[in-house]
Design a protein around this ligand. Structure first.
Ligand code: GLC
Length: 650
């Protein structure tokens, strides 16, 4: 949009642009800056307009965007242009993601090259390499306490190694996701060190207070993220003689986005990693970006303004790079991180579907899809040009963030049901075979979350221990069923390393003084490559899990109706064990696919009369796409095997 005030400012800025900012072709930069500048100016003004140095800060911001544009490798600039044309590329059913720790998966960044083959064999083409940046040696929250945002930790390799990896991945048509921890730094970061030494400029990068007056006000309404290990939201720093806000661990200092210098530093860092080949940038803990006394300091309106501003700036310099919102918050809040627009994502194009993940685990425990169906129906419709990361496990705990009303409507008491789920997955519930570990028990509120590997939570660990073939079979079926769900629901399936070979809990963290207090380490093991090799041996657990998952991903890629185009219709089924939805597309041979999943350990019957309204079955038989078999529907019924799923082509 053309608007006089912002454009006359833009003219002034462009005249005074750093003479070092020079490159052959600034045409695309100028066009995009012109297109986005009104929005950038207005967002920056909403956040920082009351500052006397507003124009100067605005100038600095444009300088950063221009400088990073000139740094952007030609190959990536061309990719930007290609993605502009094919703007829905990330909604494709052809994407399949995988999260891994580079050290646990491949020893180092250089070790990754030879291990990409394994991922390609599985069908993966989008890889989230967990934080690689320089951090303190001891406690560093699994890399989420960053000491230097531009330096790769030497234990993983160097920046050149990463450049080589991203080039190798590009040549294999694989995409790279990297983290930028936008909410906080390690207390060993240079900014924190300077702040500790009394440097006022850097103390303003954080929330620092000489007495408890304001911290106490904050504490009245701020929940605790790690109540067991890091209670409270402030830490006293003796050297600085001040309290500093530390929402996560006491060594993670929250950045103060009320200071425009922080925003400008961070956009510079985001663009730096986009220029080093990150196709997608995972923005960590975005719900926490803005703190306000009297609020929970989560999901504040300004946090959304910051993300919009980050997106607008990134679109000027590196428009091909997408953002993932890591916002593990209530269902109605998660969806807002796409940005509130009619079609396009205005904040992050991709968000973790934490709601679906938790609902899937609920369905496994209850063997029923009642809450799953309600929860999915309650999710507001997402924007057209935005998508979910659908996952079963990740490096974090499972939070039971369902909507209380949905729980009640499903016939449970919210508190009792959450307690049941924690008991179930930590093996306290008599009929459960899960061997998870509680995480973040909060004695004050009674809340708890769950840690554990997919296989252990699905009962495989106990089943193997007891050499119980039936139980082994049930747990393997559960693992496969869950993967079929994330592959068909709509969005990008994101697998967690080790899950496709049934990796169990790893208790070695208990003997590590930097880890034993944090049960999330139970599901962050070294990948056992000897076990992975067993995927080639028929009859092994690894083979029985790996091949069905590989097949699920391969078949997903051939079903255009599985692309994420807001093309899902939930179906109500009388049988509470079954979960059913329709996926559709306007063209192609697989124009409508009915997905049915049975969460029970007994076969369950689908009464086809219930689906008459959606005119599902015109014929006496139907093709099931996963098994490529034809099933008879003549008797008006379909029987779904125990923990089975059907992808029925209509
Ligand atoms: C995110 C990460 C989590 C980390 C937290 C603080 O939620 O996924 O692992 O502990 O941010 O950085």
């Amino acid at each position: 949009m053309y608007e006089q005030v912002s454009h006359s400012l833009l003219n002034d800025i462009l005249i005074g642009l750093d003479p070092k900012v020079d490159c052959d072709d600034l045409k695309h930069f100028y066009i995009r800056l012109g297109a986005n500048f009104y929005a950038i100016h207005s967002l920056f003004h909403q956040l920082y307009g009351d500052r006397r140095d507003f124009r100067l800060q605005m100038h600095k911001l444009v300088d950063v965007m221009a400088r990073q544009y000139t740094n952007r490798p030609t190959e990536l600039r061309q990719r930007d242009l290609a993605r502009e044309k094919d703007h829905d590329w990330f909604l494709s059913q052809k994407l399949a993601g995988y999260t891994l720790y580079c050290q646990e998966y491949a020893d180092s960044i250089n070790g990754m090259h030879s291990k990409l083959d394994y991922l390609q064999e599985l069908g993966i083409n989008l890889v989230h390499v967990m934080p690689l940046l320089d951090g303190p040696k001891g406690r560093n929250d699994g890399g989420y306490a960053v000491r230097d945002f531009r330096k790769i930790d030497s234990k993983y390799g160097t920046l050149q190694d990463l450049d080589r990896l991203s080039a190798d991945m590009r040549s294999r048509d694989m995409l790279l996701i990297l983290d930028v921890v936008v909410n906080h730094t390690s207390d060993e970061h240079e900014w924190a060190r300077k702040a500790r030494k009394g440097n006022k400029k850097y103390q303003d990068y954080y929330y620092t207070y000489s007495d408890r007056k304001i911290p106490d006000l904050f504490e009245q309404t701020m929940p605790e993220v790690f109540p067991e290990t890091a209670p409270g939201n402030f830490t006293w720093n003796e050297e600085m003689g001040k309290w500093v806000m530390t929402v996560f661990n006491d060594f993670q200092w929250d950045l103060n986005y009320k200071n425009p210098a922080v925003f400008i530093e961070m956009i510079d860092i985001i663009l730096f990693w986009a220029n080093h080949g990150a196709d997608v940038i995972r923005l960590d803990a975005v719900a926490f970006l803005w703190k306000k006394v009297g609020s929970t300091c989560q999901n504040e309106r300004e946090a959304h303004l910051i993300l919009q501003l980050m997106k607008d700036c990134c679109q000027v310099t590196a428009p091909g790079a997408l953002f993932i919102a890591e916002a593990i918050v209530a269902p109605v809040e998660i969806i807002k991180y796409f940005g509130e627009d009619a079609v396009n994502a205005k904040e992050c194009e991709i968000a973790y579907n934490a709601t679906f993940m938790a609902l899937l685990w609920e369905a496994v425990a209850t063997k029923k899809a009642t809450l799953l169906e309600k929860g999915v129906r309650s999710l507001p419709t997402k924007l057209d040009r935005a998508t979910w990361l659908n996952y079963i496990r990740c490096h974090d705990d499972i939070g039971l963030g369902f909507d209380d009303n949905d729980i009640r409507e499903a016939g449970y008491d919210p508190q009792a049901h959450r307690r049941f789920l924690v008991d179930y997955y930590t093996g306290q519930y008599p009929a459960s075979t899960a061997t998870g570990v509680a995480f973040g028990r909060n004695e004050k509120t009674g809340d708890a979350r769950i840690s554990g590997s997919l296989a252990s939570l699905a009962g495989l660990e106990a089943a193997l221990l007891n050499q119980d073939e039936t139980a082994i079979d049930i747990s393997i079926k559960t693992i496969i069923l869950l993967h079929s769900m994330i592959a068909s629901f709509g969005g990008i399936p994101l697998l967690y390393y080790g899950d496709s070979i049934g990796t169990l809990n790893d208790n070695t963290y208990l003997t590590d003084e930097n880890k034993h207090h944090d049960s999330r380490w139970v599901h962050r093991p070294r990948l056992n490559w000897e076990n992975a090799e067993k995927r080639h041996i028929e009859g092994t657990v690894e083979h029985r899990i790996f091949h069905p998952i590989k097949k699920i991903l391969a078949i997903r890629k051939q079903i255009p109706a599985f692309a994420d185009l807001n093309n899902r219709e939930m179906l109500t089924i009388g049988n509470p064990h079954l979960f059913a939805f329709l996926r559709f597309t306007s063209s192609g041979i697989h124009s409508r696919v009915l997905v049915v999943a049975n969460f029970d350990t007994a076969p369950q019957t689908l009464d086809l009369k219930e689906l008459e309204a959606v005119n599902v079955f015109g014929h006496s038989q139907v093709r099931e796409l996963y098994s490529d078999k034809v099933l008879s529907t003549r008797h008006g019924q379909l029987v779904i095997p125990p923990l089975g799923f059907y992808w029925l082509q209509l």
